[in-house]
Design a protein around this ligand. Structure first.
Ligand code: UGA
Length: 440
């Protein structure tokens, strides 16, 4: 193995595109593959097909360097790379909790069929425990007698911080079964390791589980504080102060204790459900049965937000105009997968509200899923003439709204703060009826 192995990245979605571009930034030669021709053409033209701060600039920087190219051809990838990263998606199966492994299986199979020499294949996709062993068998079966090996390397990047998280991760986890595999994957992350990043070298099952355990913990932390928000609502307590107070205990920590509309996105919801499904298959369903509560608490927050708006609209959405601020599952993202904001917008639309939705980046993605809603091109347009304003994704543009200026545009000064980011004293002082989740 050379000091600097040549890398491939299979699947150029969120994770793969970021990984490919960042590995070039770290000094590697990289080829990215996707079966979606349109995605590959966009990347070749220097366009990132989703919103991620900093990534378009890095792609532009490296597209002309000759160290980054994109293809749809597995033969080209197999010829080029010494280490192959599989970064395809594992969405929730329709109508079930379990993860859909079709893309993982077909990526491994397609790559294996084209391999001609000993390489390391690294799984990065989030998968149920036990998948890596099956993929190792698949590699041996479809690329026999070459000594091809597998490693599992879960990814912890956050959307909106994907570049930073990839260049400077807080840890690296390598699931490997041989010294050669460990040394090879270390060589593929040499600059990151030299920068002092902690490395955990472990077996396949642990590497697979680290990822789902981490996301389950984060989801549980959010649902814990949202459960406290429910209790706060019944007692008149303030969940934001409660979070600040318990968060000062370093054993608890303040991060991921923001109560509100709860978690969404392409990871947390589907990962906890896939974990529940896999634990059931393994006969340890009781061990993670609390994750069902985590999921339910989370979904209840959406229903509660719809109710809060209903109260402010005197019991009916029919005939009212509602400004919904935010469609993305979180700020600094255009991702609307399982987005709490979009879910609530659609629910109040079904109840007869004339929804005017505005998101700084996610309008186009939201419109594809919910063409029945009306989309505004600006905050001003969304709030003009509204009977109710609902802040559902905490973009900076919404956090810094001036209650007086917005107040002069709406028909009624009613606001639901679904993310607990507005100052109730200031808004009430400007004559607004202010409601939020877990705050009096
Ligand atoms: C999550 C994890 O944080 C990453 O470490 C992981 O790599 C990634 O999933 C993945 O599996 O690929 P991400 O989905 O980008 O990252 O989003 P988060 O920042 O974790 O936020 C998830 C959701 O929780 C958002 O809807 C956010 O609004 C919500 N949230 C977060 C809260 O409601 N309260 C909080 O205090 C924090």
């Amino acid at each position: 193995m050379t000091q600097r192995p040549r890398l491939s990245v299979i699947g150029t979605g969120y994770l793969g595109a970021t990984h490919a571009v960042c590995m070039v930034e770290l000094g590697y030669e990289v080829i990215g593959l996707d079966v979606d021709q349109a995605k590959i053409e966009a990347l070749r033209a220097g366009r990132i097909p989703f919103f991620e701060p900093g990534l378009p600039e890095l792609l532009a920087k490296h597209i002309d360097s000759g160290r980054l190219r994109f293809t749809t051809d597995y033969a080209e990838v197999a010829e080029f790379a010494d280490v192959h990263f599989v970064c395809v998606g594992t969405p929730q199966q329709k109508g079930q909790y379990a993860a859909d492994l079709t893309y993982v299986e077909s990526a491994f199979a397609a790559l294996a069929k084209h391999l001609t020499r000993k390489v390391l294949v690294v799984g990065k996709s989030t998968v149920p425990a036990g998948t890596a062993v099956r993929m190792a068998e698949l590699l041996t079966e479809l690329a026999p007698n070459m000594g091809v090996e597998l490693a599992w390397n879960p990814e912890f990047l956050r959307e909106g911080f994907a570049v930073e998280d990839t260049l400077r991760p807080d840890r690296l986890v390598f699931g490997v079964h041989s010294e050669w595999a460990e040394q090879t994957i270390r060589s593929a992350f040499a600059p990151v390791i030299e920068a002092g990043t902690p490395v955990i070298v472990t077996d396949f099952a642990t590497a697979e589980l680290v990822k789902v355990a981490a996301n389950s913990f984060l989801a549980t932390k959010i649902s814990f504080i949202n459960a406290m928000a429910e209790v706060c609502e019944a007692t008149g307590a303030d969940v934001t102060q409660l979070a600040d107070a318990i968060g000062h205990d370093v054993r608890i920590g303040r991060k991921f204790l923001n109560a509100g509309l709860g978690f969404g996105g392409g990871c947390l919801p589907k990962d906890i459900r896939a974990f529940i499904a896999r634990a059931g298959e393994l006969g340890v369903d009781q061990a993670v049965s609390f994750l069902r509560d985590v999921d339910e608490i989370n979904l209840r927050r959406r229903a509660r937000t719809v109710e809060l708006g209903l109260d402010l609209n005197d019991g009916s959405y029919r005939g009212t105009q509602v400004a919904v601020l935010g469609a993305a599952f979180k700020p600094n993202s255009d991702d609307v997968r399982d987005s709490p904001a979009l879910d609530v917008a659609a629910a109040i639309g079904r109840r007869g509200a004339d929804v005017r939705l505005y998101d700084p980046e996610a309008n186009a993605n939201a419109r594809r899923l919910h063409p029945e809603l009306t989309y505004a091109d600006s905050l001003d347009e969304a709030v003009s003439g509204a009977d109710l304003v609902m802040l559902l994704t905490e973009w900076q543009e919404f956090r810094s709204m001036d209650p007086e200026i917005i107040g002069n545009k709406v028909r009624k000064r009613n606001v639901v703060d679904g993310r607990n980011v507005l100052d109730p004293v200031e808004w009430r002082g400007a004559g607004w009826i202010y409601r939020s989740l877990g705050r009096p």
